[in-house]
Design a protein around this ligand. Structure first.
Ligand code: DC
Length: 220
């Protein structure tokens, strides 16, 4: 079973994918974490994330691996568990910038594809339904209004002790969505056969229940 969840930032894709994985007993893959990890490597190497040649050269010097510890996904950067170091607003912007580079997408392609070949998965990202799992049995494009998404992301960052304002979060979110949906390779758009789920007016559990309904209707 392959389930693809795509959509813009702050729509709650990760939470939804984790819940679906737990309730259906399948593996969860947060693909954004892989792009964030490349962003971290680029930052540490003091490279401009838009410098295609320098970022591409760096890829030859790093190894990015996905592992699971007690059911939770961990990403290893050349053996180091990156943990929460990739969960900052700065890493969101680095991830978005490097994700527009075709060599980065090629570099991460087989890691994502091979895990889906071995197990049943629910994968969240931007190009899962279009590029990584075009053969997924269910594709959900999860979205919500800008305000709802920015507010959720703000509360999430605040809970982690990261200082920011709702206005700044909204501004960065709009910029990131624009980067992600207008890039030339694998833009963040809904697959033609994806089902749109707008959760502006739903809470987390309401979103999970609606998604499970969609899955049941499509897989049985
Ligand atoms: O889902 P996220 O916010 O952790 O993703 C971080 C960035 O990585 C996002 O702005 C665009 C990129 N990304 C991508 O291009 N393709 C994916 N499948 C997942 C993420």
């Amino acid at each position: 079973m392959k389930i693809a969840i795509d959509g813009p930032s702050g729509a709650g894709k990760s939470y939804l994918a984790k819940q679906i994985a737990a309730r259906l007993g399948i593996i969860y893959v947060d693909t954004g974490a892989l792009y964030r990890t490349i962003g971290l490597a680029v930052k540490r190497a003091e490279i401009d994330p838009r410098d295609v040649a320098a970022v591409t050269a760096l890829l030859g010097k790093i190894v990015v691996e996905l592992t699971y510890v007690d059911g939770a996904q961990c990403v290893l950067l050349s053996g180091e568990n990156v943990g929460d170091k990739i969960r900052t607003p700065e890493m969101s912007m680095y991830a978005s910038a490097v994700s527009a580079i075709p060599a980065v997408r090629e570099f991460l392609f087989s890691t994502q594809r091979s895990i889906a070949e071995k197990s049943s998965v629910v994968m969240d990202g931007r190009d899962i339904g279009t590029v990584i799992l075009p053969d997924a049995e269910v594709k959900i494009f999860l979205t919500a209004s800008n305000e709802a998404r920015a507010n959720r992301r703000y509360l999430e960052l605040k809970a982690k002790g990261i200082e920011t304002t709702p206005e700044k979060v909204l501004e960065e979110m709009i910029e990131r969505d624009k980067n992600d949906s207008t890039r030339e390779v694998a833009p963040a758009v809904a697959a033609p056969d994806a089902i749109l789920l707008d959760n502006s007016l739903l809470d987390e559990e309401g979103t999970v229940l609606r998604a499970l309904e969609i899955i049941r209707e499509n897989i049985g």
